[in-house]
Design a binder for this molecule. Structure first.
Ligand code: DAH
Length: 376
């Protein structure tokens, strides 16, 4: 007997799997889905355009009305059941996923705060900032000059002519001759900035010049690169009393000791007359260097009244203008203030050292924390 092709296929399909088996298989696949993605595959396999339930529904058209009604109601009820199971499973998996994330991504508020890695301010930078802040309140401004200097600014204008013995003491780094055949040097001190300022500006002059300086010298207390700060005041009627008052004021503010003993000792520099060296009172107490009235002294700077020849070399009339100048090593006062025992460690770039001796950026002197940066 010939039957329509479609009927054969329907019969075959139905013969393959009963609605009840289909129902159990789909519900089992829903129950077995462990993720939302797998659950969605089960949904598509049952209810998608080519899904098992959809295919079943398509066959209804071939049945006579009575059979269609019964078969339709049966398939629809299975479809509703599958739909409900899908929704329940989806909700369950979404909750489970949330629970898992809540458990895994839990924040332990009792853990110590993990600060983001932040750089530290090197004690030299900190010290320069403090020096600038203090001299700023005394009416000074900052001047700068080049690291590569010529003979005139580094020596000659400072009254150190070519055959002067002071040149030997400077352990100068000489550069190869430049295009014009001039042999430049790495500046051996910050004093050439005095010369540049006096040549370029009209008095009154009140400057400090912090910066790098270079000498061919390296041991426990010397580094080939180090820092100085130069000071210069030029005006009419400037005298040694101004120099002393200014430096005593500076040291008391810098070391934060009101009765800090400061001693001026006669000395010699080619560029000042008279010249002095300044010592501050300190002593080694239990191996630690302490600043204060202990009866012993430590030299920390050179100074004096600007030599008339230096004024004249810069085009100033010594009969009209006088001035004082000073120069000090920044490493030394930084080591003293912050208890750093070894100069060489300053430039080893050891982050543990910097972590210990360095300053947080907020410790920089500012209007809120003042000169001591809020340090106790
Ligand atoms: N330039 C000197 C040095 O490097 C320090 C110095 C001494 C600078 C006396 C001055 C000064 O301005 O007046 O050793």
């Amino acid at each position: 007997m010939l039957r329509p092709f479609i009927f054969v296929r329907l019969e075959k399909n139905l013969a393959m799997e009963s609605l009840e088996d289909l129902r159990s298989r789909v519900l089992a696949s829903i129950a077995a889905a462990e993720t939302l993605a797998v659950l969605d595959q089960a949904r598509v396999a049952a209810l998608g355009r080519k899904g098992d339930i959809t295919e079943r529904l398509k066959t209804l058209g071939q049945l006579d009305p009575d059979a269609r009604r019964t078969a339709g109601a049966a398939i629809n009820s299975v479809r509703d059941e599958i739909q409900a199971a899908l929704e329940a499973a989806s909700l369950h998996l979404a909750n489970a996923e949330l629970d898992r994330r809540l458990a895994e991504e839990r924040i332990d508020v009792t853990l110590p705060v993990a600060w983001p890695a932040a750089g530290r301010i090197h004690p030299i930078s900190q010290t320069v900032d403090e020096i600038v802040a203090i001299f700023g309140t005394l009416g000074f401004r900052v001047a700068e000059g080049p690291h590569i200097e010529d003979d005139f600014h580094n020596f000659t204008a400072l009254n150190i002519p070519p055959d002067h013995p002071a040149r030997q003491e400077h352990d100068t780094f000489y550069l190869p001759d430049d295009a014009e055949g001039v042999r430049k040097v790495l500046r051996t001190h910050t004093s050439p900035v005095q010369i540049r300022t006096m040549i370029n500006e009209k008095p009154p002059i009140r400057i400090i010049c912090p910066g790098r300086t270079f000498r061919f010298d390296s041991d426990a207390t010397h580094s080939p690169m180090f820092h100085q700060v130069e000071g210069l005041v030029i005006d009419r009627g400037v005298n040694m009393g101004h120099l002393k008052g200014c430096l005593v004021e500076f040291f008391r503010a810098f070391f934060d000791v009101d009765d800090l003993p400061v001693r001026f000792r006669p000395s010699y520099f080619p560029f000042t007359e008279p010249s002095a060296e300044v010592d501050i009172g300190c002593a080694r107490v239990n191996g630690e260097l302490k600043i204060g009235n202990y009866g012993s002294w430590l030299e920390i700077l050179g100074c004096g009244m600007v030599h008339p020849k230096v004024l004249a070399n810069c085009g100033l009339d010594p009969a009209e203008y006088q001035g004082f100048a000073f120069g000090m090593g920044i490493e030394r006062i930084a080591m003293l203030k912050y208890g750093i025992p070894d100069l060489r460690t300053m430039y080893e770039s050891d982050v543990r050292w910097l972590e210990h001796y360095g300053f947080a950026a907020l410790d920089r002197p500012n209007l809120v924390t003042g000169l001591t940066g809020g340090a106790v």
